[in-house]
Every structure is written in C-alpha cells, then in structure tokens.
Design a binder for this molecule. Structure first.
Ligand code: ADP
Ligand code: MG
Length: 689
C-alpha cells in the first residue's frame, strides 16, 4: 500500500487496520466507525490513479477473491474490476468516474465474486482526491459487508410484492386503516366501491375522499368505536354507489393490533349482499302477494268458466227457440188453416164440414199444448205435483202398456229389485219418462231384441257417478237397458240437448231425453247414460229414495162431473187475456154459476174487498195491476178467510206453485187446460164430489 498517499489523507482511527485513511466526511466517518466496531469492514484500498495501482489489504483480497500478496503489492484497477458482478460493473465505473470528475466522497453498492465463486454484496466508501489542476490522482476507500442487509431488503421487497398481489386478489372489499382513520391498505374492491383510483384515497380518511360527508362521519365514528372497544363487529349497511344505485354490504370490522397487542388501526372486509337482500325482499313480496294472486287466478278461471257456461247456454237457447218456432209454426198453420176453412164453410152454409175442421184444429192445439209442456219440463219450470209414489208399483202397473207400445217383436223383462221404492215425485212424469225411454229403446232395436227395466236402491257417493249439485245418499234407480244400436260418443254428448235427434224428420222430436233430464233434476235426482256404438244402451234414472215407505196417494181417476151451482153461487174470474176470461166464464156460466170478471189485479182486489158475494176466486198468476194473482188472493183472504182459490198459469214459477206451499182450498191449473180439468178442480174446491 502506498503509505505516502495514505499519509496525505490523514490517519483513520482504525486499530483493526493500519492502512485506513481519514478520507470521509463526518457522517461517513461515523458509519465507518460503527462498521469497524461491528467488524463489518471487509477490506481497505488505496488506488494510485497516476500509475494505476490499487494496493489493498488481505481482507480486500478475500472479498474480491484475489491473491493476497498481489493485492498487497498493488494491482491495476482493471484486475479488481474483474471480480465485480458483470451486471454491476458499468454502474460502478460510472460512479467512480463521477466522483473523480468532481472529487470527494464516493459510495457504491455492488456484488463481488469471492474465492468460492459466490457473489456477495458490499458497499464501497471512498474519496477521490484531485490535484491543483483538478485531476484525480488518488482514490482511497474501505469495503463494508452489506450482504445481510441486502437480503433483508430483498425479503422485504418480496413480501411487500406478495402483499400487493394478495391484497389485489382478495375478493370483495378489504382494507386497513390507521388510528387516525386513514386508508393504508386497500384492494381493487375498495377502488371500485369508492369510485376513485387508489392515489386519491390512500393515506386519506373517509371524510377526505367520500363525497357524502354525513356518511363519512358515520363510518369514522363506527371505526373509532371498534378501535376503542377492541372487538370485531359485523354490520350490514346501505352504501350508495358512485353511480347513485343503492347497494347493501355486509362488513366485518376489527381492530388491527401490532405484535404487542396494541391497537394500531382497523382492518375491514365487506361483501356486496345486494343480490341476496333483493332476493329476500322479492321472496317476502312473493309471499305477501301469493294469496292475492291465487285469488286472482281463481277469479279469472271462474270468469272464464262462467263465460263458457253462458255461451253454452246461449247456444242451447238458440237451438231451443229455433226448434220451438219451427214446430209452433207448423201447429199454428194447422189451427189458422182450420179456422179459415170454418169461416169459409159457415159463410157458404156448409155446416157439415165444420166438425171435421174443428177436430183438426183441436188436434193441432193439443199437440202445441203437449209441446209447451215438454219445454216446461226441460226448463224445469213445469208444474210438478210431487206425491209419495211407490215407483215399483207404478212400473208394474205400466208393464202391459209398455209391452203393447214396443210391440211383440221385442222381449220386455222387468225386474223390480228395489226394496225401498217410495219417492216424492210426480207419478205422471215418471210414467212419461219411462215410456219415452222404452220408445227410444224400441227405436234402437230396429224391430228385434230385448228391453230390460230394473229397479234397485243404490248408495251414491261424491264422484263421477253423482252430479256435484246432489247430496250423496240412497237413490232409487230405474235402469232401462237395450241391446240395440247404441250411440257414438258424439251423440252421447248431445242427447240431452233439446231438439237433438238422429231420427228422420217426423220420427223424432229430440225432446224425450231433454225432458227426462229436466224432470230428474227438478225432482232432486239425475239421469246417466252408458252406451257404445253396437253394444246397446243403459239409461239410469236416479231419484232420491224416501227412507220410510209411505203409501202412494190414490190418484183421482174418476171422470169429472159437472159441478152443480147452488143458487146465487158466484165465481170471480181474473185474467188479463180476454179469450181465457171468456172461456172460463162461459164454462162456469154453463154450470149455473154467476161469474164476475176482472182484467187486472187492482180491479180484482176491489171486488174482493167489496161486499159482493164471491164463493170462488179463479185467477191468473201473472197479472197487470201492480201485484200478482197470488198476492191478490192473499190480500183477498184477509177479509174472506178460507176463500177457495184456483190459480191458472201458463208459466209456473216453482216457488209459487210448489204444492207443499199451497194453502188449503187452493189448486193450480196449468194452461192450456181442458174443460174437464177446470170442472174437476172447481168440484174439488167447492167440495162437490
Ligand atoms: P228422439 O227420440 O225424439 O230422437 P230423444 O231426446 O228421446 O229424442 O233422444 C235423442 C237421441 O238420443 C235420439 O235421436 C237417439 O239418437 C239417441 N238415443 C236415445 N235413446 C237411445 C237408445 N236407447 N239407443 C240409441 N240411441 C238413443
Ligand atoms: Mg225419444
């Protein structure tokens, strides 16, 4: 080592090495001293620039992986440079150049290769000395071992890079704040939530970077509480996003403690639960409105069904009116034609023919009456006279009539197995229905085969076999079975329609089954059909059974006698139809009664309230004058209690005509009626039989 050079720089107080020079500013000196104390000096050198000789101590030679003797003797700087890590060489030489150009302190960190071939970090501290002309002439310095510091720094860098990656990758929102509430760590979620880049919020408090100051204050207040309380807290809170949409966040905030357990800030994480909240709210809403929506759906379905029923009804009404008009026109043609002929013959004085035309007109009128009767039966508005009827007896009484009707080619079997056979029904209608069913069976048999009539008691429960309008219970069943043609499913669905017939014009009216249907319904029962094309038909007429067997009321069959009026006996006839008034007055007048007429309920009532003698009231039910015939009769009976009343009606309302509701001394005649029916009823009311 060049002692001269070293001497000119002043001695360094360094007992470990006699070569060290005082070539450093104070702070460098201090560090050097510290390094010496710590044994961190790993070499000293002096570079004599003019003759390019670096003289260095033995530790230097070890640090640079060079032979010790050569270093002690002096080596050119290039040789020392060869040990510097190739990546660092350029930087080191640039630093040296720079120090040499200005003179003074030099400090540089770099890696040098040792004997074992490994590189080691060192810090070179030196000083460039200049001559009077500003040329660098001498460059002494020391080496310090910074390997452990550098690896600690590398580890720290690695850790902070890892932390950055980790923080960025954490889903949701994760952040840490210091004691003052400044954000010190935050992940990407925070950036999105805040709506600002990290440089605008890192190191700042919520109050500084949030627009909504009230919200910021609230957050900071909560944070302070958590830091003071030392406890983790979970909160669900509403946060308005930068774009204005409301979101909900579930946050966990906890105090952030250092290793000693001192609170140094706050750590928080939040996840967006808006979707969950919305789903919950929707579910709640769904539950709340479920009932209403079910009701709505049911109402809609009911409305649709009602509309369907209405349209079906309208179709049936259309068929019905069309059918009636057609049939009635035919009958009216017969009646008016006969009347015209009668008028003509009377004019011509050919009285002999009149009788014949009268018969034709009468026949047509009778058929018209029976037509309206069937229609009323179908519309369930017919005047039923239900009485306790033993239906088994009724059927066996009809057996002969039926077999005569169906003819000898058809075998008739009757099996009356029902043990309880009493029903509250109109016996005439049962006869009518049975006859109709047997005629249908006969038509289906096409001249040969058998018809079986069976009765039995059947327990019907709710289900396909029972009309939902009916009560479950014991039903008296009449089954009429034939082994004839049967029906197609298309026919089967339509048989109860009025005027539906598959028979040729003139052969069928299409009113048989519809009438039976109406009668069964009105009697509290039902009618069912089982049929298949080519396999015969079974029709079941099911009527409610009466538990107790009651004897059938004897039916009045005696022919009416003409009532013999007692002297002065008076009948009040009230009807708005003059022809009916005339017919009734004439008929009763013939029998010797005094007849008073009224055209409406008002006039009728006046007469009833007067002291005129009235022994019998014969009245229509539907009347002009404000009140109907029934009300007028009731009012009349207030002053004339027990007055016999005979109602005549063309269109019977069931409530008006329910026989069970009729008071004593009351009877009902359905229009049109015969002279015989009129006198029969008058007889009964005036107790003349
Ligand atoms: P109509 O006998 O005047 O045709 P109904 O109402 O009695 O009127 O019967 C309607 C239709 O039902 C008949 O035209 C026929 O097609 C069918 N029908 C009724 N009873 C039977 C049966 N026993 N066998 C086959 N078809 C029947
Ligand atoms: Mg028929």
């Amino acid at each position: 080592m060049d002692r001269e050079g070293a001497g000119s720089s002043g001695d360094l107080d360094a007992p470990a090495s006699p070569h060290q020079e005082s070539a450093f500013p104070t702070s460098a000196l201090e560090r050097l001293q510290l390094a010496l104390d710590a044994g961190a000096i790993v070499g000293t050198w002096v570079w004599n620039i003019l003759d390019n000789q670096v003289t260095a101590d033995e530790r230097f030679s070890r640090s640079f992986g060079l032979p010790a003797d050569k270093c002690l003797a002096g080596i050119p700087i290039e040789e020392a440079f060869a040990s510097i890590h190739p990546d660092d060489r350029e930087r080191v030489s640039a630093d040296i150049e720079e120090a040499m150009s200005r003179g003074g302190a030099y400090r540089c960190e770099y890696r040098v290769r040792q004997h074992d071939g490994n590189y080691r970090w060192i810090e070179a501290n030196g000083r460039a000395e200049l001559d009077d002309e500003g040329r660098a002439v001498r460059f002494p310095g020391v080496l310090m071992d910074i390997e452990s510091r550098r690896s600690a720094e590398a580890e720290r860098d690695r850790m902070s890079a890892l932390l950055r990656t980790f923080t960025a990758a954490v889903p949701g929102v994760v952040y840490a704040k210091d004691l003052a509430g400044r954000l010190i760590v935050a992940n990407d979620g925070v950036t999105q939530l805040v709506g600002k880049p990290p440089e605008l919020y890192l190191g700042k408090t919520d109050l500084e970077f949030l627009e909504d100051k009230a919200q910021a204050r609230q957050i900071m207040e909560t944070d302070r509480h958590i830091m003071q309380g030392g406890q983790a807290v979970q909160i669900e809170e509403r946060v308005d996003m930068p774009d204005g949409t409301a979101t909900y966040w579930l946050s966990v905030k906890a105090p952030l403690c250092d290793e000693a357990g001192e609170v140094m800030g706050l750590i928080g994480s939040s996840i967006d639960v808006t979707a969950r909240r919305n789903a919950e709210a929707e579910l709640l809403e769904l539950n709340r409105t479920l009932e209403a929506r079910v009701e709505e759906a049911v109402a809609e379905r009911e409305a649709a069904q009602a509309a369907l029923r209405q349209s079906q009804k309208m179709e049936a009404v259309g068929q019905l009116t069309g059918g009636i008009a057609h049939d009635f026109n035919n009958l009216l043609a017969g009646i008016t034609g006969s009347l015209d002929l009668i008028k003509l013959r009377l004019k011509q004085g050919r009285i002999a023919d009149v009788e014949r035309y009268l018969t034709v007109a009468h026949g047509a009128a009778n058929r018209a009456a029976s037509l309206t009767h069937r229609l009323l039966a179908f519309s369930r508005r017919q005047t039923l006279m239900p009485v306790h009827t033993n239906v088994n007896t009724l059927i066996s009484d009809m057996e002969e009539l039926i077999s005569r009707t169906v003819g000898p080619a058809i075998q008739l079997k009757v099996e009356l197995r029902a043990t309880s056979s009493t029903c509250l029904v109109d016996p005439a209608q049962v006869e009518n229905a049975l006859l109709n069913l047997c005629i249908n069976a006969r038509d289906a048999l096409k001249g040969g085969g058998s018809i079986a009539i069976k009765t039995y008691n059947e327990e019907l429960v709710q289900g396909a076999e029972l009309d939902p309008e009916l009560e479950p219970g014991t039903y008296f069943t009449i089954c009429v079975a034939d082994d004839g043609l049967g029906m197609s499913s298309e026919t089967l669905t339509r048989v109860f329609e009025p005027f539906f017939t598959t028979k040729p014009v003139g052969a069928g009216t299409g009113l048989g089954l519809s009438m039976i249907y109406g009668f069964a319904k009105q009697s509290g029962g039902q009618v069912r059909i089982e049929s298949e094309e080519g396999r015969g038909t079974r029709v079941f007429l099911q009527l409610p059974s009466l538990a107790a067997s009651v004897e059938a009321a004897p039916r009045a069959e005696s022919l009416p006698e003409s009532p013999m009026a007692l002297p002065g006996e008076t009948v009040l006839v009230v009807d708005d139809e003059p022809s009916v008034r005339m017919f009734v007055s004439e008929a009763l007048g013939n029998c010797g009664y005094i007849v008073i007429e009224a055209a409406d309920s008002l006039a009728g009532l006046q007469l009833l309230r007067s002291d005129t003698r009235i022994d019998l009231l014969v009245t229509d039910i539907g009347l002009p004058g404000g009140i109907d015939g029934r009300q007028m009769a009731d009012a009349g009976r207030c002053t004339r209690s027990g007055l016999p009343v005979l109602f005549m009606t063309g269109y019977a309302q069931p409530h008006v005509l329910d026989n069970a509701q009729l008071e004593p001394n009351t009877a009902v005649l359905t229009k049109p009626f015969t002279l015989e029916a009129l006198t029969l009823n008058v007889n009964a009311l005036l107790k003349r039989s």
